[in-house]
Each structure stands twice: as C-alpha cells, then as structure tokens.
Design a binder for this molecule. Sequence first.
Ligand code: PGA
Length: 254
Amino acid sequence: MAGEIVRRPLIIGNWKMNKTIGEAVGFARALAAGLPPVTDRDAAIAPPFTALYALAPELRETAIALCAQDVHGEDRGAFTGEVSAPMLRDVGCRYGLAGHSERRRIFGETGDDVNRKVKALLRAGLTPVLCVGETLEERDAEQTYNIVRRQLKEGLNNLSADDIRRSIVAYEPVWAIGTGRTAAPDQAQDIHHFIRQFLGLMAGQEGAEEIRILYGGSVSPENAGALMAQEDIDGVLVGGASLDVDSFRKIILY
Ligand code: PGA
C-alpha cells in the first residue's frame, strides 16, 4: 500500500567544479551553525573530490552526509586520474552520483559506463544516485519517456531487486539544468510516476515504493517546496542554488 510507505526526503547539493577546500569548510561551518536539528529528512553535499577529506570531520556531527559527484567502475588499478568507490567510502561518502548529464554529454559516458559505476558504488556499500533525463531536442521529439526508460534500463542492468531498492534515482531534464527553467511540478510528477512504475517492473512494485526519486534542474528556495509536495518527488538534486549557504539552507528546510 503506497500510503503506508514513508520515503524520507533527500536534498543533495551538487557543487560541480566549484569551491576550494577553504571555501568548502567555511560553507560547512556556516551551514551547520544555522541549521536546526533535522530528523525528518536527509541532506548531503557533493563537493569536488579535493574537498571531501576536509569536509568529513566538519560534517560528522551534523545531519549532512557526503556524496561523490562521480566514481570509476573498477575498484583499483591503472586508471590515471580516477577515483574508486572504496576510496570514496574510505573518505566518508554515503552517496555517489552516477551518470550525471554533464558526465554523459561532456565526457561521453555511455549507459554501460554508468551501469559499472552504479555497481561499483553498491559493492563498496555506498548508495548510488542514478541520474537520468532527456535533452530539449529529445523532449521536442516526444522521446522523454523512451530516453528515461532506456537510461534506467541501462543504468540498473543486471542488478538484483535488492540492489535496485537500495538505489536512488534523480530525474534531471537536461534543458532545466543551469538554465533557470524548471519542469512544472505536475509535469515532473508525471515523469516521476512513470519512473516508479518502471522501477516496479525491475524491482517489484513494493520495492519501487521504497525508492527515492529526486528531481533536479534549476531547483531554488522558491520552487523546492512545490516540487517536493508532489507524491512521487522525494527530494531534490540542487546545483547552482547549493553554492550559497542561505539558499541551500532554505531548500533543506523547505
Ligand atoms: P542546477 O543543477 O540546479 O544548477 O540546474 C542541477 C544539477 O546539475 O544537478
């Protein structure tokens, strides 16, 4: 019964390639200082890799967890420049993004790469946040549902129902990322509902009811509440608005 399942809202701030260690630590201290205890929702920051080690002790006593922006699909080896899931676990990450649209589009990540990343995160005991979403051209060509279905299928390929249940999905329409254009809450809800139905085929309907599905793309303190009020929107993945302490705090406390 859908009504009996409580999905804790999750708010993740994705800093992308922003903030030095000093800036990150300053942000964490200011955020922690102004944040009342929150027990009914989860929050996390995804800083650049260089700031993870310094942020871990800053966030330890707070309700904010650490999230990695990316991960390599192998656990170790000759992969110059890459960071593995066991390393992310070691530095204190609880979550890891996989398949962010910037990784797919700018760095050419394929569905298969994303699947390896999801599996690597699960192997290391981290919670994967599988990002999916259509471009403007795909939306205009009425391909939204096909694209989202394909990205889910590829990203979660060969995972057990249990592993799918342990994962998180973020729906981020590419045309809404960094553009100031947000999907209307009811428009986003339709796609989230579709995602949950599709996850039901992969993990069983009961399992799908437990999976948190986040919305991302120009989320702000002004629109976060209306988005999260939708039945199948269980949180937000925030880029630009997570770089400012006050606006990120407002979104956490929406
Ligand atoms: P944005 O980014 O909030 O700046 O649109 C979201 C994201 O890319 O995760």
